[in-house]
Structures are given as structure tokens and as C-alpha cells.
Design a protein around this ligand. Structure first.
Ligand SMILES: [Zn+2]
Length: 405
């Protein structure tokens, strides 16, 4: 039998506890947990049967967390996400889970599933029947009548009023989801629910969050405008997706919510929609008129404000549509560096430690230290000088729970 102990030595080690690179660094793994991560010179005495691997100076970092995952999305047109049949969506979801893990993302927070696919996917992953990241599973997107998600197909669950919404949350609890995804405002392409137009009233969001938290579920929301972000924070939502247009009051509220709230800009959609709109039969002029170029610029300002206020930003970008397909998740770090002006180390912290904290409040994910899950990525390249290297799967060796993927 192989040893339960494994040592990775001669690493350029990024623990994500801070922004430092330790060289030479070492990681001692016992079973599915880390026993030590730090300078090689500080290694404690190892068991005699420890399996030792010299990683040859490669970069070793924690596994990343995709915090806005849609594993059940089948890389179809962004205008027809919910139209994929349950059969096709399920088959591609199994493939997507494997792809996400091989992309260096060892955990994922779902921001909505078509049908009930996430729950089945999570259980199959945890049961060892398929490969995939640790998954916080969502149910269908929960929205009000005339919200952005009020469309036919497998994506939505519609309810209005606090009691009906409490019942919807209870139904999702019965279906064994971990997180409830709600739509607080909408999209520039949606004439009945653009950003800034709140599709729920305050009582409705408060009822959803109260019911979810009492049932030990967390709540994720789509919130683009300052008004939507404020409604989310006041109601106690856990994860905010987008936050493109925050004002000073929204930033103050987020800062007060402090440690318990995580914000993911999820800018891949806007960037790739503008870059590839012609493939969808939409002209650049139309995309500008729809306001998406302005939305990218607003998001840069919003992210700068949130960084200055110390808001916890996370990586995760709505991947799973034709123009931003599965497997390209690490492009988010490139956007964090190129669009938002973060040093690579800060983008790495967003992808690892911040995302890991969002996924597991007990601190076992996204960092390399004694007691953490042995989820890590060995990179043949240097993300500190070129963050794009993380997009090349052939340069990544991924470990989940101490085992090579
Ligand atoms: Zn989404």
C-alpha cells in the first residue's frame, strides 16, 4: 500500500496566507490534509515511509474556487441557457465537472443550476463516482414574476410574496441544495428587468434569506446596480455576483458586512459578449447601445472602490456559455490583473484564500497550512509574472484531497 504521507519539495510555494513566495518551499500531505506548508528548512521530521517528490522549482499554490459556477450550463448561446434539455445538460455537466477540476479549480460555489443537476453532480462527486470539484450545489434560480430569470425552460423557479418565496426555499431545502440563488435585478438586454430595477421588494428578499439561513442554506444573488447590492446586503445575502455599479453607500454597507460577505465581479460575460457579439448575430454598435461597454467601465470603478474598502473579492465568472465556455475559468484572474489593475498575487489571493473562505468558513479551503484540505495546483510556469499561464491546462498538475487528479 502506498504511504499516507507525501512530501512535495523544492517548490516555489504560494500558501495564500500572505502574498509571499517561499523558495525553496515544501508541502507535507497526510492523507487528504496538509500537515505542513512552508520553508523547506523548517520542515519537521517526516515519517520514514513518506513518499517524496521533487517538483523541480515549480510554483505550488492552493486549488482555486470558482465562486460563480454553472456546471449545468452546456456552453450554449447566452440567449438560450435554460433551453438545453435535461439529458444534454446532465451529460455536459459531468464533463464540465471533470474539466473544472483539471482547470485547477478544486471547489466551486454554484450560482444556479438547470433542473436538479447540481445536487446529483455533487453527490456523484462526493461518492467518488465522477470527478469534479468540491461543490456547493444550487437549485434552479429563484426569481419573481417579470424578473430576469422569468423565462421558460429548466433554469427558473418563480414565486412572488414572502410566503410563496419561503415555500420555494423550503422546496429547495427538500431537494438538498446548499445554496439558494436569487435574481435581485436584471440585465441590460432584458426590457422588463434592466439593472437597477428591483424585481423583489425588501420583504421578499428578507424572507428568502431568513428562511434559507434558518435551514442552514446560504444565499447567492445576481445584483448589478447599487440599489440591488444594498437590498442584498441589508437582507443578509452571503454571495453577491456582479456589483457593477456600486455607489459609496453600497460600499459602506458592504464594508460594514465585512467578513461574512463575498463579491464576485463576474466580468467575463460583458467582455466576451462585446468581443464576440458578431458570432451571436449582434453588432458591436448594438452592444454599445445596450450599455455593456459602459458596464465594463463602471465595473472597473466599482472594483477599485471595493478594493480600497477592503471588500473580499472572489473569482468566478458565469462560465458555461458559448462565448465564455467551460474550461476557461482562469481567464477571470487575467481580467482581475488587466482590467482591474491587481498585482498577480492579489488576483491569486482572490482565487484561493478569499474563494476558499467563501466556500468553507472553517478555513480548510484555499490556503496551504496545517489542517487545510490537500487541494493544490503545481504550475509549470510563473503566475506571478504571467497570470495567463493558469489557463493552460497542460501546465497544471492538480491535487484534490491529497490525490493527483
Ligand atoms: Zn450566473
Amino acid at each position: 500500500m502506498a504511504s499516507e504521507h507525501r512530501l512535495l519539495r523544492n517548490a516555489r510555494l504560494f500558501t495564500a496566507l500572505d502574498e509571499a513566495v517561499i523558495e525553496p518551499g515544501a508541502v507535507w500531505i497526510e492523507g487528504d490534509r496538509i500537515r505542513f506548508a512552508g520553508a523547506q528548512a523548517d520542515l519537521p521530521e517526516l515519517p520514514a515511509d513518506c513518499d517524496v517528490t521533487d517538483v523541480g522549482g515549480k510554483f505550488v499554490m492552493p486549488g482555486m474556487t470558482e465562486t460563480h459556477a454553472h456546471l449545468s450550463f452546456a456552453d450554449s448561446s447566452p440567449f438560450a441557457i435554460g433551453a438545453t434539455t435535461v439529458e444534454t445538460a446532465t451529460i455536459t455537466a459531468v464533463r464540465n465537472a471533470d474539466l473544472m477540476l483539471r482547470s485547477g479549480f478544486t471547489s466551486a460555489i454554484s450560482f444556479g443550476s438547470t433542473y436538479r443537476i447540481d445536487v446529483a453532480l455533487r453527490d456523484a462527486i462526493n461518492g467518488g463516482r465522477i470527478k469534479g470539484p468540491r461543490l456547493m450545489a444550487a437549485g434552479r434560480d429563484l426569481g419573481a414574476t417579470a424578473s430576469n430569470v422569468d423565462s421558460p425552460g429548466g433554469l427558473s423557479q418563480i414565486a412572488d410574496g414572502p410566503w410563496a418565496l419561503r415555500q420555494a426555499v423550503r422546496e429547495q431545502r427538500k431537494q438538498l441544495v446548499d445554496v439558494v440563488k436569487i435574481f435581485i435585478d436584471g440585465e441590460a438586454i432584458n426590457p422588463v428587468n434592466p439593472p437597477g430595477e428591483l424585481s423583489f421588494c425588501d420583504e421578499e428578499v428578507a424572507a428568502i434569506v431568513d428562511e434559507a439561513h434558518r435551514r442552514r442554506l446560504r444565499v447567492a444573488c445576481h445584483a448589478r446596480s447599487a440599489a440591488a447590492v444594498k437590498q442584498a446586503v441589508r437582507a443578509g445575502v452571503d454571495f453577491i455576483g456582479h456589483a457593477n455599479y456600486v455607489d459609496d453607500e453600497a460600499v459602506d454597507l458592504l464594508a460594514t458586512a465585512g467578513k461574512r460577505i463575498y463579491v464576485g465581479p463576474a466580468i467575463a460575460w460583458e467582455v466576451q459578449y462585446y468581443a464576440q457579439c458578431e458570432s451571436l448575430g449582434v453588432s458591436k454598435e448594438t452592444v454599445r447601445a445596450q450599455g455593456y461597454v459602459a458596464e465594463i467601465e463602471a465595473t472597473k470603478v466599482a472594483v477599485a472602490k471595493m478594493r480600497a474598502a477592503g471588500i473580499k473579492l472572489v473569482v468566478g465568472g458565469d462560465y458555461g456559455i458559448s462565448i465564455a465556455p467551460h474550461g476557461t475559468y482562469a481567464k477571470d484572474l487575467e481580467y482581475f490583473v488587466d482590467l482591474f489593475g491587481m498585482p498577480p498575487a492579489e488576483a491569486l489571493i482572490c482565487a484561493t484564500r478569499n474563494g476558499g473562505e467563501a466556500f468553507d468558513p472553517k478555513g480548510r479551503a484555499g490556503v496551504l497550512r496545517d489542517g487545510a484540505w490537500a487541494d493544490l495546483v503545481i504550475v509549470d510556469g510563473d503566475p506571478m509574472t504571467d497570470i495567463r499561464v493558469l489557463q493552460d491546462h497542460s501546465r497544471l498538475s492538480v491535487y484534490k484531497a491529497g490525490r493527483a487528479v
